[in-house]
Write a protein that binds this ligand. Sequence first.
Ligand code: GLP
Length: 242
Amino acid sequence: MHIIQAIDYNDLSKKAADRIAAQIRENPDSVLGLATGSSPLAAYGLLIRQYEQGKLDFSRITTVNLDEYRGLGPENSQSYRYYMDRNLFDHVNIDKSRTFLPDGLGADPEAVCRGYDQLLEDLGGTDLQLLGLGHNGHIGFNEPADAFPRDTHCVNLAESTIAANRRFFQSEADVPRQAYTMGIRGIFLAEKILLLVSGQAKASILKAALCGPITPRVPASILQLHRDVTVLADEAALSELR
Ligand code: GLP
């Protein structure tokens, strides 16, 4: 595991964008595993800028996102499809038919999950998987549990996750209670993983994930077992690790 210290969120975003851009240049047919949330947001903006400057070509890139709220469709401004469209896909020359997220409106949750795992299988996993870190240690929406969830599944969101995501919705009642998420196997199919962590509020959970026991109570702790993980975190997030 490599740990790279950024100064702050801006520096972290620049370093993250540079790594993603390098992956795209090195292999223009890359399969990118993408995340939502605030951690990768500015990095996506910097990738758009590189595209506009003619430095990046997304035309042969495929993307698979980690997760999606159950019950929210592409037109819902809180869906992750909407986030990805507005914050990246609509602004670059990506073929949208090759951008994948679990179908939040799928009628049969089991079919949504099995279809997503088949997709990951067919793609041979991702070349680079971006991850954020939840306040409770979740990755994707793999919440603390008694066992690590292997496959894509529909999860009941933890109260702390609902509270953390409350800021994006009009009221707490509007925050979806369920979401689809890639399981640990899907995440681990990645050749390389890039975990982005910013801010003091993540310092103790980051320490637990990197230095604590590998436990499904801290889902990100399983990353200690992946062969190629880079943790890109700012000084505040790393403040408990020194
Ligand atoms: C959300 C998402 C995760 C994300 C995490 C951290 O609930 N499902 O994929 O990585 O929480 O979010 P943020 O980057 O906004 O702190």
